[in-house]
Design a protein around this ligand. Structure first.
Ligand code: CO
Length: 504
């Protein structure tokens, strides 16, 4: 590397690290807002976040940063592989940010809290009409974002690309179309079976302090580093932060022990990803997640492939009994395992099981794509929702509160986000299959409580590369195959066929 290129690269690194620190300050303010912030502080926090957003926008679009990117791109082979990844991924963000006019970004920021407020009121009163004008506005704004970013096939593509670099609506559609009939058939076969899990045992009263202690125990078993993070409570669990400060939130409800267990395992999976980067690359794309779909694969792997497996509970169930002797005295593992794997069509996505979950995503993907493409007027959305849900799951929401108004995403302007949940489920199954090949006796290890072997495997194969590979290339590189629905389908068959009486 010439002296000139080296100086340019160092200046560039200084700038992207500064941006990273600004972003992580925003993340911590968001965490605080959703956990401990006093309610009167809301306007103050809004001002702080707006001020920081302005600084971040200014620094991201700074002409000097673009000039450095151009210089480093021109330097070509002079940069090592790592440097080229930093430049490529930074350019991606910088160009996106520069293309969307600042007034549009500001209008979206101003609209978001209002849209959310009206969504909340509409949801409380189960009255979609209260939210409809705000949803119309949000769709129009995001449509303008798509136009500003540019696209070839559909305005949905540039929106999806923000969360899943390189993914297209056509590709997601192909995958979900392959998944749909098989999940529908599986759900029907399970509904026809006679197994009745002991659901009541999950609704017993489990004291919250015990649940909290059990959640922390679960995270310690997974290898989550409590000296580089913490566990708190939030109404909608999330994980925030990077490397040395990765904070998890979960939620506790006395008569829903599974809610905290699976939210904790899920968020723990996200947290291991963020704690698993190479510290040498702090503040660069090489210490950032490849995509939301890959992120979700890590949470789903721990929540479902590990956390809902018999192998894991052979280890963990005696500990659950030790934490909650009164609630579990008359419960055996043979009761517990079917109860936590109860498959039943429901109207609510976040309550859905492993089999039906992706059907909820298929519904949302089809509808949000039609909204953005202008094929579905907002006024027709509730009807389309109910009809779609009936076709996919055979259930009908009693009202819009439990139907089209259940998720916050569209009120926040998050279009193109839902598919990353389905991709996460598919990637999780495919990656876990590779892990069972590459980690000797993985299931036996889980039974013995050795969860760290899986963590180390994921650290090495998935976490450490950061954004070295685009999501699809990462999956191909790790598993040796194109991303496919077959791994999820065969996982579900293997697991649920014996449980529900050999229908597969
Ligand atoms: Co998640």
């Amino acid at each position: 590397m010439s002296g000139r290129t080296l100086r340019a690269y160092e200046e560039f690194l200084g700038r992207i690290r500064e941006l990273h620190h600004l972003h992580s300050a925003v993340a911590m303010l968001n965490w605080d807002q959703q956990t401990y912030m006093p309610s009167k502080a809301a306007p103050l926090r809004a001002g702080q976040l707006e001020a920081l957003a302005g600084v971040i926008h200014e620094r991201t679009t700074a002409p000097r940063l673009l000039a450095l990117l151009d210089e480093l791109t021109a330097a070509g082979e002079e940069l090592d592989d790592g440097g080229r990844i930093d430049v490529r991924e930074t350019r991606r963000v910088v160009e996106r940010t520069r293309r969307v006019p600042r007034e549009l970004v500001q209008e979206i920021s101003r609209t978001q809290p209002l849209a959310q407020q009206h969504w909340l009121a509409a949801r409380e009163q189960a009255d979609f009409a209260l939210f409809a004008p705000w949803l119309e506005k949000m769709v129009a704004l995001k449509r303008r974002v798509a136009e500003a970013l540019g696209y070839e096939q559909t305005p949905y593509d540039p929106l999806l690309d923000e969360y899943e670099p390189g993914a297209t609506a056509a590709e997601v559609d192909r995958v979900l179309t392959a998944l749909r009939p098989r999940l529908v058939a599986m759900t029907r076969a399970i509904a026809d079976s006679s197994l009745e899990p002991r659901r009541e045992l999950l609704e017993r009263s489990f004291p919250l302090d015990g649940q909290q202690a059990f959640s922390a125990w679960l995270l310690r078993q997974m290898g989550y580093d409590f000296t580089a993070g913490r566990l708190d409570v939030a109404p909608h669990p999330f994980t925030i932060g990077n490397l040395w400060d990765v904070r998890i939130t979960t939620r506790y409800r006395a008569d829903r022990i599974t809610q905290s267990i699976f939210a904790t395992l899920h968020e723990g999976g996200h947290a291991l990803y963020e704690q698993g980067f190479d510290p040498a690359h702090l503040g660069t794309p090489r210490a950032s997640a490849a995509s939301l779909g890959i992120h979700e694969s890590q949470s789903r792997m721990w929540e479902n492939l590990v956390g809902r497996s018999l192998a894991f509970w052979e280890f963990a169930f005696p500990f659950l009994q030790a934490f909650f002797p009164d609630q579990t005295r008359d419960v055996t593992l043979e009761d517990w395992y079917p109860a936590i794997n109860d498959v039943r069509p429901t109207c609510i996505r976040v309550e859905a099981d492993e089999v039906t979950y992706n059907l909820h995503i298929i519904l949302r993907f089809e509808l949000e794509r039609a909204l953005i493409e202008g094929r579905l007027p907002v006024a027709d959305l509730p009807g389309a929702w109910n009809e779609g849900l009936r076709e996919l799951l055979g259930v009908e929401p009693p009202d819009d509160r439990q139907g089209v108004l259940q998720d916050i995403h569209w009120a926040m302007g998050l279009f193109g986000y839902f598919p990353t949940y389905a991709l996460g489920n598919l990637y999780a199954a495919q990656l876990f299959e590779t892990a069972t090949r590459e980690v000797p006796d993985l299931m036996g290890r889980l039974t013995r409580g050795d969860l760290l072997s899986l963590k180390s495997w994921a650290n090495e194969r998935i976490h450490r590369p950061g954004q070295e590979h685009r999501p699809v290339d990462l999956i191909r590189g790790v598993t040796g195959e194109e991303p496919s629905v077959e791994h999820l389908i065969s996982h579900l068959r293997r697991k649920y066929s014996p449980l529900y009486g050999g229908w597969a």
